[in-house]
Design a protein. Sequence first.
Length: 147
Amino acid sequence: MSDASTTNGSPTGAGAGNPPAGQAGHGSGGTGGGHRIDIKQNSHRVRVIHQGVTMADTQAALTLAETGLPEVFYFPRADVNMARLERSDHASHCPFKGDASYFHLRTEDGLVENAVWCYENPFEGVQQIKGYLAFYNSRVDRIDQTS
């Protein structure tokens, strides 16, 4: 197998650190208006590395693809280094996915604020991401997918 490496994009939106607040679409497949959200099981190994520390490592990631946005990897909570996360007071709302909760990433140099988000009770149609966490690509050193 080749070691093809891909770095995922992070969501863009109303403010730094927020999943897109006004995203169109909800769930897997067509959402009307030409906008789609597709969630697929990813069979490749996906890792998050920051300052030489593995923050997440899984072969059970979900890949969320949404019209006009980079793909985002969602990691099962069991495959995330939860000892390195600290719950944030920050929250945001997506009218199509639900309320997002955030975590700071604890590093040797301090906190990387709101580097991780999750939808703890996602709306119908995107239930697959419940129990999964996503990392902002811009707030960690790298997110690698290898085959």
